[in-house]
Design a protein around this ligand. Structure first.
Ligand SMILES: [Zn+2]
Ligand SMILES: [Zn+2]
Length: 665
């Protein structure tokens, strides 16, 4: 007998594995270990994600995707979305299904129900139950490939699927379609049963039995393709994980996030509001929110002043000419407010401050001796966001950026970026963030302005700054905007959520458009490099993130009210008033509430306001110049000398002129 035919594939570490002919990635995983095979959900074969059940070719480079990896969770989530679609189609006869991608932490699927019906909570329970049946049945996800024509016939009663197939095969696909169909002439579908088949590029888990740790979260309306003129669909959001523990952890995290929701805290703590008469995505700041915002801005101004920035101010409106020059009317018009006609011109609310800073630079001839020129503005901008996407302070239509534009020579770029990175991180630390992630976005040669040389130089400068800082970073190849590479800085908050906050962006476009120049040491004219740097991003959004990060319990230096003095009875009120006056004189934010309500009730209300210190004063305190200190989240300490408390408070709160965190880096 001849030997069984075999072939070799290689693993990510370069190891070669010999497999019998016809082996799949699942066989490969099995050969490595049964635990790996159990955790496997898909594979990457020669750089392409594929199903585990596809036969491997000789020489293939294979890595196994396991359930607990990000890519693995993506496969689980998207596969669970298919199961949900099957359940919905079975339960709601005539339902049309559209798209069901995996998203961060979960998935969704959009449906159109017959007669414009909407899903109820009871429906979600029934869909969940049906999904459990499908999972228990351990149905295979069987891939099938066919021509577009055959696919159109297969989905004849699913108009949205047909629309996607047509768009892809006619070459007008967008990102939405790309998750469904790969492009080219071949359309792939995944079949679970004779009656349920979905358009999909895959990969999927091998069988529905691999799924199960999921929960359906909520229903929302969603326009088909996000188009407000298109049909309104019903979207079901779900989450899915690799284990029961991971699912439960996620649900707990959501409950914690819900408690920290900045929109809810803003109301509870009387910080700001979004009155409907004002219009969507526009906020008014109440005095207590205003205090925190002012402190954030004061601190920012102070740091910028020490960091060698010069303060500028620019108007909220500009003539269309400016945005023609800057190019915003060409590539950013959708994000701009509609124009206003007046006098002989067309005016727009500004969506960005950069063009105006370019005007300041260009106002006179600049010498290399003035560079780097660092302009800073707390500049309010207006951007059009679709109503459906507005979200408290996190997505808003009018907001203030802590915006800097730095003009420097090519040779100054590396040092400037390094010190910018230091500056950004030290300010973020001041606001309680410790966990950072850095992303470098590099050139997309298909769409970019500027020479190869300048891109290379700028990208190297950004890379070097990250290296000098000794931080890990990921590279997003080809993800840069057309005008230059950038570094994005994400932070993790107290409950592990990631927020994108700061950006350092190189720009080779605006200096060219505005014909910016400086006279070099060689007496020749040169074009400066422009760096955009937003640190908070927007003051509003940063405030929202801070509010969620701290769960409303701002550190003492930022708290709207730092101390509340509570007299036990009305007999102690004059002593309380005296303490309040002394604390105010010492520069603290302090108030009192008179003894017309029970002490316990007044303490509870101070806790709800998350005041860092409540001082309770009674007979002994009046006699001994002491206070009972009730710190937020701590144990009560009685008989503290008032002078000692003041000293402690002074030590704890920031003194902007001798701020140690500035020097810490
Ligand atoms: Zn799919
Ligand atoms: Zn800018």
């Amino acid at each position: 007998m001849s030997a069984v035919e075999t072939f070799e594939v290689s693993l990510p570490d370069g190891t070669l594995k010999t497999l019998p002919a016809g082996s799949t990635s699942l066989d490969l995983a099995q050969g490595i270990g049964s635990r790996l095979a159990k955790a496997a959900v898909a594979a990457v074969v020669d750089g392409v994600e594929t199903d585990l059940t596809v036969a491997l070719a000789a020489g293939a480079k294979v890595s196994i995707i396991t359930a607990e990896s990000e890519a693995g969770r993506h496969v689980l989530r998207h596969s669970t979305a298919h199961v949900m679609a099957q359940a919905v189609v079975q339960l709601f006869v005539g339902a049309k299904f559209t798209i069901g991608p995996a998203i961060e932490d979960g998935f969704y699927y959009d449906f159109e129900l017959p007669g414009g019906k909407t899903f109820s909570d009871t429906d979600l329970a029934a869909i969940t139950e049906k999904m459990r049946e499908i999972i228990k049945a351990d149905q295979s996800f069987t891939r099938d490939e066919m021509s577009a024509k055959a696919a159109l016939e297969l989905f004849a009663d699913q108009p949205y699927k047909c629309e996607i197939i047509t768009r892809v095969t006619s070459g007008s696909a967008d990102g939405t379609d790309a998750s469904e169909v790969q492009g080219g002439d071949v359309v792939s579908v995944y079949r679970n049963t004779d009656s349920f088949v979905d358009l999909c590029r895959g990969p999927h888990v091998s069988t529905t039995g691999k799924l199960g740790h999921f929960a359906l979260m909520k229903v929302a309306g969603a326009y088909w393709r996000g188009n407000e003129k298109g049909p309104m669909l019903q979207r079901i959001y779900g989450t899915a994980w690799e284990s029961k523990a991971a699912l439960e952890e996620h649900i707990t995290r959501l409950a914690e996030a819900e408690k920290r929701d900045h929109r809810r805290l803003a109301v509870e703590m009387d910080l700001l509001s979004f009155p409907s008469e004002l219009g969507g995505g526009l906020a008014v700041w109440h005095p207590k929110g205003g205090i925190v915002r002012k402190l954030m801005e004061d601190y920012s101004r102070h740091r910028h002043q020490n960091g060698g920035y010069q303060f500028v101010f620019t108007p909220h409106l500009a003539n269309a000419d400016l945005f023609e020059t800057s190019g915003h009317l060409h590539f950013y018009k959708d994000g701009m407010y509609p124009p206003m006609e007046m006098d002989n011109g067309t005016y727009y609310p500004k969506p960005m401050n950069c063009p105006m800073h370019c005007l300041i630079y260009r106002d006179r001839q600049r010498s290399y001796r003035e560079l780097p020129l660092r302009l800073f503005e707390l500049g309010t901008v207006y951007r059009y966001e679709r109503a459906g996407t507005l979200h408290g302070l996190l997505r808003i239509r009018g907001f203030t950026q802590d915006d800097s534009h730095i003009f420097c020579t090519e040779d100054q770029m590396a040092d400037e970026i390094t010190s910018l990175l230091d500056f950004v991180i030290s300010v973020l630390r001041k606001f309680g963030f410790e966990d950072f992630e850095f992303k470098l976005s590099t050139r997309d040669p298909e769409k970019s302005v500027g020479s190869d040389e300048i891109w290379e130089k700028a990208t190297t400068a950004l890379r070097e700054a990250l290296h000098r800082h000794g931080v890990d970073y990921s590279v997003k190849e080809g993800d840069a905007a057309f005008y230059g590479p950038k570094i994005d800085i994400d932070v993790r908050d107290a409950i592990g959520r990631k927020w994108q906050l700061s950006t350092i962006q190189c720009d080779f476009n605006l200096p060219e458009r505005f014909k910016l120049e400086y006279i070099g040491s060689d007496n020749g004219r040169h074009q400066p490099i422009m760096l955009h740097r937003a640190l908070f991003g927007s003051v509003e959004r940063f405030f929202g993130v801070l509010l969620e990060h701290y769960g409303g319990a701002f550190p003492t230096w930022l708290a709207p009210v730092q101390v509340r003095v509570l007299p036990v009875t009305s007999g102690h009120e004059s002593y309380a008033t005296k303490l309040v006056a002394q604390l105010l004189r010492a520069g603290f934010r302090v108030d009192t509430s008179v003894a017309d309500e029970q002490l316990g009730k007044r303490i509870r209300s101070a806790k709800l306001e998350r005041i860092p210190y409540v001082l309770v004063v009674g007979d002994d305190d009046v006699a001994n110049e002491t206070v009972g200190v009730n710190p937020r989240g701590g144990e009560v300490i009685r008989d503290v000398k008032f002078a000692d408390f003041v000293k402690q408070l002074q030590d704890e709160t920031v003194d902007l002129t001798t701020d140690a965190t500035e020097l810490a880096l």
